[in-house]
Design a protein around this ligand. Structure first.
Ligand SMILES: [Zn+2]
Length: 59
């Protein structure tokens, strides 16, 4: 059984592969395999760029 919240932009990182890119932790989603970036300690989202983005809903 696979429960995935990827469609809600809630991804599950592969812990071993998380790394620091100078701004955020980035990893790969276990479920959809896409590159994700850590927003808060429990929230990972698909690759996004804080700079130049006017989508500030996550703040
Ligand atoms: Zn995912």
């Amino acid at each position: 059984m696979r429960l995935s919240f990827c469609w809600l932009n809630r991804h599950t990182p592969t812990r071993d592969r998380a790394r620091w890119d100078g701004t955020h932790f980035i990893s790969t989603c276990r479920n959809c395999g896409k590159p994700i970036r850590r927003v808060t300690s429990k929230v990972w989202r698909k690759e996004w760029m804080p700079e130049g983005s006017d989508n500030a809903a996550w703040l």
